[in-house]
Design a protein around this ligand. Sequence first.
Ligand code: SAM
Length: 263
Amino acid sequence: MALPFTENDVYCTAFNPKAFLDAYFSDKVGALVNDDYLDFVLKQLVKTFTAGVVEGETLIDIGTGPTIYQLLSACEVFKEIIATDYSALSRQEFEKWLKNEPQGFDWGPIVRYVCELEGQRDKCTEKEEKLRQTVKDVIKCDVTRSQPLDSLLPNSADCLLTSLCLENACKDQATYRNAIRNISSLLKAGGHLVMMGVLEETFYLVDDYRFSCLFYDAGFVRNAVRDAGYVIQDFQVLPRPENSTHLISDYKGYFFLVARKET
Ligand SMILES: C[S@@+](CC[C@H](N)C(=O)[O-])C[C@H]1O[C@@H](n2cnc3c(N)ncnc32)[C@H](O)[C@@H]1O
């Protein structure tokens, strides 16, 4: 039976960003590291941001959470990145890394891997510094609102990126479809949406707290993106590996999508 929807405000109280990072992104033991999600999306992100098609002035990351992996290649081809999230706890954890505070999560192994993929294995310190310089703001966002950002940005973005957020923020498929339209209001026509998400999941655990996830398949997400006025340019799926036996989430796969906003 599906878990009752985890209301957005629960992310401001019960979502422990440090525990999330430790459980899912720790070197060699994190669930998203071991299940190849990271390897899969980092390679897709390198491919997307080095092809010379998805680039520009401003990228907005929707539901950044406490993570930076999704921005490591983008910072090479965008002049500014705006990080956003609903929860102050997630924004604070992200800012610990941004300000290079000693208690911040160690992204070193993941940064090194991206540098290797980009053929710049000696440039890890420069890469983290470049990302820090490129992130110009960290602001509140609510994808369920027709105007998702509290602060109005002077110009529309050239790219929207979002990873593992909408399926947690949306209580049903109609809300998910609306959320794509809501965030798309921040993107200029001709701009790109780069989205990573989880397929056929009902829950994931952080610190023993069970968070709900909107259950959907690849067909649903493709239709929702097309119906919001996009042409899909790339869509890749990573099925759950057979040797993935952990019980901290019940997902069946991950997807990576690139789409161009037509209208
Ligand atoms: C599972 S985390 C994913 C974080 C990160 N993007 C990643 O790839 O790991 C989900 C994030 O979505 C945020 N979130 C939940 N509801 C939201 C909403 N209505 N609008 C924006 N962000 C929301 C949470 O605060 C949390 O940081």
